[in-house]
Design a protein around this ligand. Sequence first.
Ligand code: F6P
Length: 536
Amino acid sequence: MTLEELRALRARRGETRILDLFAADPSRAQRFSVRAEGLVFDYSKTDIDVEARAGLLALAGAAGVAERREAMFTGQKINETEGRAVLHTALRDPDGAPVIVDGEDVKPFIRETLARMNAFAEGVRSGAIRAPGGAAFTDVVNIGIGGSDLGPAMAVRALAPYHDGPRCHFVSNIDPAHLTDTLAGLRPETTLVIVASKTFTTLETMENARAARDWMAAGVGQAAAGGHFAAISSAVEKARAFGIAPERVFGFGDYVGGRYSVWGPIGLSLMLAIGPERFGEFLAGGRAMDNHFRTAHGKANMPLMLGLVGIWHNQVSGHATRAVLPYEERLARLPAYLQQLEMESNGKRVTMDGRPLSEHSGPVVWGEPGTNGQHAFFQLIHQGTRVVPCEFMVGCEGHEPELAHQHRLLQANCLAQSEALMRGRSLEEARAMLAGRYEGAELERQAAHRVFPGNRPSTTLVYPRLTPRVLGQIIALYEHRVFVEGVILGINSFDQWGVELGKELALSLAPVMAGEAEPEGRDGSTRMLVEVLRGR
Ligand code: F6P
């Protein structure tokens, strides 16, 4: 089965009303959903039918998803453009079977680093590790960007009910406003700064780290400043040169990509916030999803089906974007996290062997938590001319038993949206609703505005409660969906060459903006903007 054949299948079938699929099959919801590890993934409110699903599964088979999956888990170098293995899964399975890369088991280093993280986090949380001036650390500032920021920032926010450690803050942007506003409320004497950069060369992170070091030195003195820093980096030497003691540097192998790195040292701020035990539960959730992904067959495999639904909506049906809509305020940063995970991974223009991709690459991913999004962009999702497949998420329970009725209203809103998207409202229904208020031409005009085309696809992921374990499951689920889609497209989901050109040009423009060089040889627009910004 090929994507071409799936498109032909869809075209042959003609427009399929999702509501008709439910009418024809009373058990559709059960048959077009996956239950695994306490999660329910319902994709029955899409126009995927038995034939389409069989075709999608055949597509996954033909693309070699299962073989590639084993290659990933067993440490083969599936990141072929960088010659690297892809083993973020090993980070969440420190005690599992050995995984050999270049003749060496990666697990002992992962275990040793995790033990060091645990000891450090415990020390800071208990007050055994203190600032050189003797005060306990009350605040942690993680300085990093991209994968060295989005994962822990998202997870720390998601797990707020479990915080019993220092307050965590995140600085990523080179815009000095970010660091300034974050440090404004903090006391250097009680602040721990974590410089999180896999490479320890990223411009934004290094500039912010230097500025934070100056702020610290001004507050506690040059000699004590180093005692307020830790680093997460594979470049231990560079961290040491920055002035961070080697025992405060936590590294990870090149087999962990930035956007997949929250499971290891990059998750240190999360561990400081919720403690090593809960961090262990987070890892266990990811591990449970890994085991499920490796062992569940066909339509019972949740990440596989999530990936295939994505392929159906994007490459087969031609919908260019997907909205991620968590009905969970604490998942407010999840859409941004998934934007990096999905768009940096599957936004590629050539296949693994360097030939132009004959399909569209991965979709534009965007979203906001519900119910806020309802009062902002849902108008377009319901009545705009483009179809936006929606991915709803909602928990069975919240963490506020005293306000449980509000949580039930949240759930009601989530279900109402997917129902409304599917059902829509016909012209006749709109007319009937308005009859009595308007008549004649005015009735027709008013009714037209109240029509919803309906038949708009959505999926819903239901989880018991947003615990550390469940968060681990959800993130691993999405990681594997990205993997599935990437294998089907035949691309390398684990490199990110597309971010390089902008970085290079920014470096060459830096002296121009500083007035040390002229924008010669650049295009007219850039030259004009340089002039405006320099205030000429
Ligand atoms: O923007 C590209 C990127 O390499 C991301 O993939 C990565 O997460 C981010 O930069 C940060 O990189 P580092 O951890 O090396 O500072």
